[in-house]
Write a protein that binds this ligand. Structure first.
Ligand code: SAM
Ligand code: SF4
Length: 330
């Protein structure tokens, strides 16, 4: 599937639920209104949609959310995708998770052909962890990560850089990741969705500053490593590990964007930072055959925009797009 700018769309991220067992301060407000269950695609419908994308050339699938592992019976979707991994049509199925349910599911994920997981973890301090996630328990996440490691899953830790919250700790986290054989990625806060009383400008920390600070302690060498995502990687000489930077605000990473995002209601977003979207639920449900669905997908891809224009400054402190990250899954 080629978009109008010649980019081959081969990566589909699927948000399987908008619900979550945490309420991270940069992602959700404490009192979220979630979608009525009847609006959600069933897992069978998600299987059909994902399989159609695979038929059209998608090679990588990532399940995200909300928290993907809290959706009831979610393993049946992973199990279903295994046939595409086995046939070679799909190269990789991965998941982005807050880690709370990893202890329960890590072995089954491995068994379904998943080999890498991204775990979001912004701090190793239990008190801070609770204040960032509001409802999370650090021990449970750390146990889940340990079990996932032992199950054979490669682990990448994703940390959102939060000014005055975890900036002083990112060096220790990088060391901890290196000691445990985990890659790490730091992410800039993106202006998505109303998050209640929190102020984006207070949270925003440019990664150029993070990198400069980490360089005082570690030797960071640029490397051409790619995982199909927008991160730019460096190798950390002291630990032998890799560190990625995702900088949507200070760098535009759109030129090489090969992805589209599907929500749990079957809406396809062609860009994380734009509101334009295509409804795939109606063509999916319109008939048992996939012709209408395929036409709708191709039409949507032909509208994929060149890029986004996130800005956080004094004049633009509100959300650039009104939906929360938990809708499109990041
Ligand atoms: N619940 C899962 C998790 O936390 O990994 C998957 C969904 S979560 C929306 C995906 C990623 O988006 C997480 O790494 C989270 O830290 C990040 N995220 C959420 N809101 C964000 C924001 N406003 N700016 C930057 N990253 C954000
Ligand atoms: Fe939930 Fe992930 Fe959002 Fe945190 S970042 S509230 S874990 S969806």
């Amino acid at each position: 599937m080629l978009d109008p700018f010649g980019r081959d769309v081969s990566y589909l991220r699927v948000s399987v639920t908008d619900r979550c067992d945490f309420r991270c301060v940069y992602c959700m407000s404490e009192n979220m209104t979630f979608l009525p269950k009847k609006d959600l695609l069933t897992l069978e419908e998600m299987d059909r949609l994902c399989s159609t994308f695979v038929d059209l050339g998608v090679k990588k699938l990532r399940f995200t959310g909300g928290e993907p592992l809290v959706r009831r019976n979610i393993m049946s979707l992973f199990r279903g995708m295994q046939r595409h991994l086995e046939s070679g049509a799909l190269e990789e199925v991965t998941v982005t998770t807050n880690g709370s349910q990893l202890g329960r599911f890590a072995h089954e994920l491995y068994d379904c052909g998943v080999r890498r997981v991204n775990v979001s973890l912004d701090t190793l301090d239990a008190g801070k962890f609770q204040s960032i996630t509001r409802w999370g328990k650090l021990d449970q996440v750390l146990d889940g990560i340990e079990i996932a490691k032992r199950a054979g899953l490669a682990i990448k830790i994703n940390a959102v850089a939060l000014k005055g919250v975890n900036d002083a700790e990112l060096g220790d986290m990088l060391q901890w990741c290196g000691d445990n054989g985990y890659d790490m990625t730091v992410i800039e806060v993106m202006p998505m969705g109303d998050i209640g009383g929190e102020d984006r400008l207070d949270q925003y920390l440019p990664l150029s500053i993070v990198r400069a600070k980490l360089s005082e302690r570690f030797t960071l060498k640029d490397i051409p490593y790619k995982t199909g995502g927008p991160a730019r990687y460096v190798e950390v000489a002291e630990t032998g590990g890799r560190l990625g930077f995702i900088t949507p605000l200070t760098h535009n990473f759109c030129e090489s964007c090969n992805r589209v995002r599907l929500t749990c209601t079957g809406t396809l977003y062609m860009c994380l930072g734009q509101d334009d979207a295509a409804d795939l639920r109606a063509p999916l449900r319109a008939s048992e055959g996939n012709e209408q669905l395929i036409t709708a997908i191709k039409e949507a891809i032909s509208r994929k925009p060149k890029g986004h224009d996130f800005i956080i400054d004094r004049r633009h402190n509100g959300p650039a797009v009104s939906r929360h990250m938990s809708v499109t899954g990041g």
